[in-house]
Design a protein around this ligand. Structure first.
Ligand code: GSH
Length: 254
C-alpha cells in the first residue's frame, strides 16, 4: 500500500507534512526529503494528486503553487528551499547542516542560492530545457502553468546560458580547491546543506546508471544534463562521496 497521502488528508493531520514532487527527481524535493531523513525527523509524505491539482488545493493549503512545501502543525507553510532547511535545522539539530560561523554560513547560503535560487544554475537549466516544449505546446495548460511559475523573461533567457557556465565554474573551482585541501565538502570541513543540494542537482545534471531512473524520466533528465553540459570531475567525485556515505541507491522517487 502507498504511504503517500493527498492534500485533503494532509490538511487534517498533525505533525510535519512534506509535500513533494512524486515520481521525478526534482532537486528541491529530493533534497528536502534527504535533509529530513538525515536528521531523522519523521514526516508524512504528501503528493499533489490529480484531484488536488484540479481543485487548486496546494494553493488553498499553502498560499502558493510550487513543490516542495513543509507544513508543521498549524505553522506557516515553508516553500522556499532555505525556509524548509531552517525548519529542518530546528526540528533535527543533528547533523548540523547550516554552519554556526557567520562567514561560512554566508558563503554556504550564497552558493546554495547560486545553485537552487531564482536565476541560479538549476533555475536556468530548467527554463532552457523546457522552453522548446513550452513554445511548441501553447495550448497545453500544464506547460503554460509551468512557464508562468518557472519561466524567464527574454532578458533573463538571454543571460541564462552564461549564468549556467558561471555557476558551474564557481562550484567546480570550489570543489577543486576543497579536494586539493583533502576535504570532500564544498564549504568548511563538514557536510552542509550545499553538499546535499549539489548531490540532488547532480541527478539531473550528471545522470548515472546507478540512479536507475525509469525510461521516460531519464529522457527528461537527459534534456536537463544536455543543457548544462560537462560537469567537473571534482564535482562528480563529491556527489559520489555523498551517495556512498549518505544516500540510498537506486534513487527513491516514490
Ligand atoms: N519554491 C521553491 C522552488 C521549487 C521548485 O522550483 N520546484 C519545482 C521543481 S521542478 C517543482 O517541484 N515544481 C512542481 C510544480 O510546481 O508543480 C524554492 O524556492 O525552493
Amino acid at each position: 500500500m502507498s504511504d503517500w497521502i493527498g492534500i485533503v488528508e494532509a490538511q487534517g493531520a498533525p505533525g510535519l507534512k512534506l509535500a513533494l514532487f512524486r515520481g521525478f527527481p526534482s532537486p528541491w524535493s529530493v533534497a528536502a526529503r534527504w535533509i529530513f531523513d538525515l536528521k531523522r525527523v519523521p514526516y508524512l509524505k504528501v503528493e499533489r494528486t490529480e484531484a488536488d491539482a484540479a481543485e487548486n488545493r496546494l494553493r488553498q493549503w499553502t498560499g502558493q503553487d510550487s513543490l516542495p512545501v513543509a507544513v508543521l502543525d498549524d505553522e506557516r507553510p515553508r516553500s522556499h528551499w532555505s525556509a524548509i532547511a531552517l525548519l529542518a535545522e530546528r526540528l533535527g539539530p543533528e547533523p548540523r547542516l547550516i554552519p554556526d560561523d557567520p562567514v561560512l554560513r554566508a558563503d554556504m547560503m550564497g552558493l546554495a542560492h547560486e545553485l537552487m535560487g531564482e536565476m541560479g544554475l538549476l533555475w536556468c537549466v530548467r527554463a532552457l530545457a523546457l522552453a522548446p516544449a513550452i513554445k511548441a505546446q501553447p495550448d497545453d495548460l500544464r506547460m503554460q502553468e509551468f512557464a508562468s511559475k518557472y519561466g524567464m523573461s527574454e532578458t533573463e533567457s538571454a543571460v541564462a546560458p552564461q549564468r549556467i557556465r558561471d555557476c558551474l565554474q564557481l562550484l567546480a573551482e570550489r570543489a577543486r580547491g576543497q579536494r586539493a585541501a583533502g576535504c570532500q565538502f564544498l564549504v568548511g570541513d563538514q557536510m552542509s546543506l550545499l553538499d546535499i543540494y549539489w548531490a540532488a542537482a547532480s541527478v539531473l545534471l550528471q545522470p548515472d546508471d546507478r540512479f536507475a531512473l525509469p525510461e521516460p524520466v531519464l529522457a527528461m533528465v537527459e534534456g536537463f544534463s544536455g543543457v548544462a553540459g560537462p560537469i567537473s570531475p571534482d564535482l562528480v567525485a563529491m556527489r559520489d562521496f555523498m551517495f556512498t556515505e549518505h544516500f540510498e541507491l537506486p534513487l527513491r522517487l516514490d
